[in-house]
Each structure stands twice: as structure tokens, then as C-alpha cells.
Design a protein around this ligand. Structure first.
Ligand code: I3P
Length: 303
């Protein structure tokens, strides 16, 4: 059933780890995951093995019982390989012929409230994040950060959010690979609607049929999200929408990456549109989806 070989890049068991393509090494098709290395394997019969994360497993188990089920990869339980546990799920790419793939990280915030608390209680400035920051903007660190040559993770994440469209639009493009195998991952400064639209237009190669397909699916997803019990009762942070299309004109969008999706206390529920203030747990997911739908709608000719 599965006839392509992929390699995956990841670095830890829980987190926002998503599929993203890398330059293919023919004759096999190779893929990579944004930012992280080592925790994916291709399973048998069109499945994907992702390094076990209990929080993510809990989400998948609940999602399999939720109205959102058609919008997430089917979950098949835990498997072991070389003494490591993996969550096994459908490999969405197997449904397409040499697909173009895009990863959009959803929400107006990319860190959990509990990460913020932890950073306040036990601050652990990171040198790797300082290095990533100055590589993009040497002026970004504060005097203190420059002295320490380190930044807090939450500070780095907030900086990334305001630099990209996360804060202003409620989602950001992480990267894409076109079906011609061209890879684009330089979106840290893609912030305005026009920049996002230009990136999408590049991804779909100005094909309005594909845009229609994506829009239909996103509108269906929005409707289901607005009614989903799972969605109402979870803070969905660092989760992505995976866009896939191929030369046959087939399109699909799925929700992936639930390593940082957290169940809310019983008394709390979210509308996912109310702006976040510390304590309300809002994540801006639906606000971001509204903006995404609006941007894609504007790529179509007026009817
Ligand atoms: C990474 C990105 C990831 C985050 C990772 C960051 O930054 O924000 O979402 O992982 O943190 O390094 P960038 O995209 O600029 O490379 P999580 O969402 O899982 O926290 P990490 O280095 O602690 O994994």
C-alpha cells in the first residue's frame, strides 16, 4: 500500500512536530518535519509512526470519538519499535500522487499558559534560541539577553509570533514543498495578508481550482470546529493544518500535531476567537481560521 520512503526530522517526544518536505533525494521521495529531528517512521499499510507522547495520544483517542474525526489522521494505537513507543496514525500523503504539502501553524499563541508559568517560576534562558534570534535579526535581543547570550523560550516564541503572522492573523506558514519538489521554509517574516497571499499563490501555482478545493474544506472544518465538544474543551496550541494537493487536482486539509493541546478544567470552555489574556486560555485558532478563509477567498476571481 505504501510505496515511498520518507525520512522524518524531529527532536522530542511531545511538541509541535509536523510534516514538512525537504529536498528530495531521488529516486526516493524524502520528507522532513519542520525544525525537529528523529521521531517519525513510516509504518506498514499507509501508516505513520510518531514518537509516543501521552498528551497527544489522549487527544487522538478523544478525537476518534468526536465530530472532528474526518479532519484528523485516523489513529491506530501504540506500537513499539526498538523499545520505543510510537503513536500510529494514517499517513495522509499516501492518498495523493506526488503531493504539494504545506504546514500552517494555527492560533495567535504558540506556547501554553503552563509554559509561561514555568518560565516565571524557573527561568531557563536558552543559548540556541538566542542564536536563532540573532540570525534573523541581530537587533532583536535586549541588552540583558545580549549579555547572557541567551533568551527565555517564551520570549523567543513571542518574538517569533510578532515577527510572523501568528499575532496579527492567528496563523503562520511554516513551510511548503511544491509538487515540482521546490521547498520553501523561509517564512519567519511573512506577516502581512499580502505576503501570506503571495506565498499561498506560489504554493498552489495560481491554480484557482485548488484554492476552491481548499476553501471548501476549510469552511467545512470551521463549521465542524464550531460544534465540536473536543475543540470547545481544549486549548489547541502549536497545532497545524496540513494542506495537500496533487496534479490530479485533489485537495485535502487535516488538523495535525496535538502534542501541545491541553484539556481544560471542567468549568472552562473556549470560543477560540476571544483575544488571549493570561488566564483565559484562549488560543485564537478560529480567529486564525477566519483570516485564512478570508485570504484564500480573496485569491479567487469575483463571481
Ligand atoms: C521552534 C518552534 C517550535 C518549538 C521549538 C522552537 O522555533 O517555535 O514550535 O517547539 O522549541 O525552537 P523555530 O520555529 O524558530 O525553529 P514546541 O512548539 O514543541 O515548543 P524547542 O526548541 O523547545 O523544541
Amino acid at each position: 500500500m505504501f510505496n515511498e520512503n520518507f525520512t522524518w526530522k524531529n527532536h522530542k517526544s511531545c511538541g509541535t512536530t509536523s510534516l514538512l518536505p525537504m529536498t528530495p533525494k531521488k529516486p526516493q521521495q524524502w520528507l522532513q518535519v519542520v525544525g525537529h529531528a528523529g521521531s517519525f517512521h513510516v509504518g506498514d499499510y499507509g501508516t505513520l509512526l510518531k514518537r509516543f507522547c501521552e498528551g497527544e495520544q489522549q487527544c487522538y483517542l478523544r478525537l476518534m470519538e468526536d465530530t472532528l474525526k474526518p479532519f484528523v489522521p485516523a489513529y491506530h494505537g501504540i506500537v513499539q519499535r526498538d523499545e520505543q513507543d510510537y503513536n500510529m496514525m494514517d499517513n495522509l500523503l499516501t492518498h495523493f500522487n506526488t503531493p504539494a504539502v504545506m504546514d500552517c501553524k494555527m492560533g495567535s499563541r504558540t506556547y501554553l499558559e503552563r509554559e509561561l508559568l514555568l518560565a516565571k517560576e524557573r527561568p531557563q534562558p536558552r543559548n540556541d534560541m538566542y542564536e536563532k534570534m540573532v540570525a534573523v535579526d541581530p537587533e532583536a535581543p535586549t541588552v540583558q539577553e545580549r549579555t547572557q547570550q541567551a533568551v527565555l523560550k517564551t520570549r523567543y516564541m513571542q518574538w517569533r509570533e510578532t515577527l510572523s503572522s501568528t499575532t496579527s492573523l492567528g496563523f503562520r506558514i511554516e513551510g511548503f514543498r511544491k509538487s515540482n519538489e521546490e521547498c520553501h521554509t523561509n517564512f519567519k517574516r511573512t506577516k502581512s495578508r499580502d505576503q501570506v497571499m503571495a506565498a499561498f499563490n506560489n504554493f498552489v501555482e495560481s491554480n484557482t481550482h485548488i484554492v476552491w478545493g481548499y476553501l471548501r474544506r476549510l469552511k467545512e472544518l470551521r463549521q465542524v470546529l464550531e460544534e465540536s465538544v473536543f475543540f470547545r474543551t481544549h486549548e489547541v496550541v502549536g497545532s497545524s493544518l496540513l494542506f495537500l494537493h496533487d496534479w490530479k487536482g485533489r485537495t485535502g486539509v487535516w488538523m495535525i500535531d496535538f502534542g501541545k493541546t491541553a484539556a481544560l478544567p471542567a468549568h472552562l470552555s473556549l470560543d477560540h476567537r476571544t483575544p488571549w489574556v493570561e488566564g483565559n486560555r484562549e488560543d485564537g485558532y478560529l480567529w486564525g481560521l477566519d483570516n485564512l478563509i478570508d485570504i484564500l477567498s480573496n485569491m479567487l476571481p469575483l463571481t
